[in-house]
Design a protein around this ligand. Structure first.
Ligand SMILES: NC(=O)c1ccc[n+]([C@@H]2O[C@H](COP(=O)([O-])OP(=O)(O)OC[C@H]3O[C@@H](n4cnc5c(N)ncnc54)[C@H](OP(=O)(O)O)[C@@H]3O)[C@@H](O)[C@H]2O)c1
Length: 333
């Protein structure tokens, strides 16, 4: 168990320095706790989600949870620890048009972006393609986040701050090891049985995200870009598809509970890798740009495939070409 303590990370006073974060998938699971800590540390946080209702409900709960935690602060701590604010941003990562619309709306609302947390994802779902003709896991976790980053990077590179540099965190997974040794985003892995090949598709999406931050670090060194594996966190909605399968779903549920008991961390602990990379002065440019961090924010080497810069370049070129073919020309990246 790590001795990581989020209360030791820097606090920002939003009335002196307004620091803005956009996070995808902040309404549940690990993302929820990432938002909680950023909010408690003074960040203005935009929760970008597809369900207005779920995001609004999460915002209400987050406000209550933050207020409860602040009752435990001492008088001196209350004078130094400032609450930020929470806002809804509508986005559906399964649609590139929705990503464009969300980015446009955000640019109208904010002049700067200090922190972009690319957290949303889905896992182990059946093979399917989006309206934009990408595999669903690939678009949710990776392609839409690539486009979103392109549309918002201008707000990050224009940040003038004597505090921390702007940061991008891609929430990857240890599952990136499932990406095949000969890597190409052209592989669809639409084979039977889904239970095996869906993991290959998940692995490809999460590996592409690590390639993405490695390329970002080289191409845009003024922004700190890192990837994280949050930990094994089996009580989030990520596993819902498997645990709701008829009959075998119960077996999955039992297996996950045992696995969780042996190796898992709580939902809140699962947020710590992102929270540390977002707030810590110990993660910094240029030394840490493009790195991969695991549970509790410990540095780790990703798989050889994820670490391969030739593959990273190919992933980048593939994504730019595919987005261009669909009328979403990359402008900034
Ligand atoms: N849990 C783990 O053990 C684990 C391990 C490694 C990596 N991760 C990664 O950690 C991240 C968070 O996962 P989690 O475990 O916290 O799962 P979760 O509770 O299911 O959270 C996923 C979030 O992504 C959002 N999302 C999914 N599809 C979306 C879409 N089309 N548009 C916008 N938002 C969408 C979900 O929104 P809705 O509520 O609207 O569905 C939800 O807020 C994921 O990227 C996952 O791959 C998790």
């Amino acid at each position: 168990m790590s001795s990581f303590d989020p209360n030791l990370l820097p606090y920002f006073n939003p009335s002196v320095e307004r620091r803005v974060c956009l996070i995808t998938g902040g309404n549940s699971g690990l993302g929820y706790y990432t938002v909680l800590h950023l909010y408690l540390h003074g960040y203005v946080v935009y929760l970008a989600g597809r369900s207005q209702q779920r995001v609004q409900n999460a915002i209400e709960l987050l406000k209550k949870e933050a207020a409860a935690r602040r009752t435990k602060y001492t008088h001196a701590q209350l004078g130094k620890r400032f609450l930020g604010s929470l806002h809804l941003l509508q986005i559906d990562l399964l649609s590139l048009d929705s990503v464009e619309q969300a980015a446009k709306e955000f640019r109208q609302k904010e002049k700067c972006l200090h922190l972009l947390v690319l957290n949303a994802g889905i896992m182990a779902v059946p093979y399917g393609t989006t309206v934009d003709r990408f595999e669903v896991q690939l678009q949710t976790s990776y392609v839409s986040h690539f486009l979103l980053t392109d549309r918002l990077l201008g707000l990050m590179t224009s940040v003038e701050s004597d505090e921390q540099d702007p940061r991008i965190i891609f929430v990857s997974s240890v599952g990136h090891w499932f990406a095949p040794f000969h890597f190409s985003l052209d592989y669809q892995f639409d084979y039977f049985p889904n239970i095996i090949f869906t993991l290959f598709r998940y692995g490809m999406a999460k590996c592409a995200g690590i390639h993405f931050v490695k390329s970002l670090a080289r191409r845009h060194p003024s922004v700190l870009a890192v990837a994280v594996h949050p930990g094994i966190v089996l009580n989030t909605n990520l596993f819902s598809h498997l645990t709701h399968l008829p009959l075998i779903g119960t077996l999955f549920w039992v297996f996950f509970q045992i696995f969780d008991w042996l190796l898992g961390v709580s939902n809140e602990e699962g947020s710590y890798a992102s929270v540390r990379c977002a707030l810590s002065d110990g993660v910094d440019r240029p030394a840490d740009n493009g790195k991969y961090y695991t549970t509790f924010g410990l540095e780790m080497t990703p798989s050889p495939v994820a670490n391969n810069t030739v593959y990273a370049d190919e992933t980048w070129a593939w994504t730019v070409r595919q987005l261009d073919d669909r009328g979403h020309t990359i402008e900034t990246l």
